[in-house]
Design a protein around this ligand. Structure first.
Ligand code: DX5
Ligand code: ZN
Length: 220
């Protein structure tokens, strides 16, 4: 069976202790740190920007998995690359020139991911797979943590896994939203291999137990 990497989303952590929260999930066995940037325009909520991520960068060695819910996004990419993003995910719905945006991320020295909303069909990413290392499949409507997993996304996960495998390259199929001990198993069975989880980790008192439990539930 394929692997199950766990990416805690700092969105559900205590922002007043962000560096400690990042260090805590690192010590608890997280595989990467997911950072949700919301602009109050592409999504209704506002979170944090590049300056916040830059301040966190020296506090942990975790891979910075930056999810930009921002439109238009192109003018901001360099700031996130400079802040220490390892991967930058941009939404297929966020602008008309996705190919150029993904190319710009790569030119900045980051790896690129393409994020796809629940209502957007799998085929929307078909022509950019050669530019990405991950497909970030939204399993909730982006904007807030703590929402319910949208089960009807499961067949799309399988289609995206097939499309990713058909490239012959290693492309992650990453779930984001509503991942918990109940939903991670079906998502893994459908073909996902990476899991963003906010509330299911930061909402508990024992991050190591939560991360380990999710990984086990995926692989069970
Ligand atoms: C939603 C964000 C997610 C969110 C997940 O807009 O992209 O990364 O933090 O939070 P949970 O795991 O609580 O659904
Ligand atoms: Zn996210």
């Amino acid at each position: 069976k394929h692997s199950a990497l766990i990416a805690p989303s700092l969105l559900a952590g205590d922002f007043s202790r962000a560096a400690e929260e990042a260090a805590a999930v690192e010590a608890a066995g997280a595989d990467l740190l997911h950072l949700d940037v919301m602009d109050g325009h592409f999504v209704p909520n506002i979170t944090f920007g590049a300056q916040f991520i830059k301040a966190l960068r020296p506090k942990t060695k975790l891979f910075f998995d930056v999810h930009l819910m921002v439109a238009p996004v192109d003018a901001h990419l360099k700031a996130f690359a400079d802040a220490g993003a390892d991967r930058i995910h941009v939404h297929v719905e966020a602008g008309p020139h996705l190919h150029r945006t993904l190319q710009a991320i790569r030119d900045l020295g980051c790896t690129a991911g393409v994020a796809i909303n629940p209502a957007t069909p799998a085929v929307a990413v078909a022509e950019v797979l050669d530019l990405v290392d991950a497909i970030l499949v939204m399993t909730v409507n982006p904007g807030w943590g703590g929402q319910k997993f949208i089960t009807s996304t499961l067949p799309k996960i399988t289609r995206l896994r097939e499309m990713a495998d058909a490239t012959g390259r290693d492309i992650a199929v990453q779930m984001d939203g509503g991942i918990d001990l109940e939903t991670i198993g079906p998502a893994h069975a459908a073909g996902a291999d990476r899991y963003v989880a906010g509330s299911a980790i930061f909402g508990t008192g024992d991050y190591a137990r939560a991360i380990d439990g999710l990984r086990r539930a995926a692989l069970a």
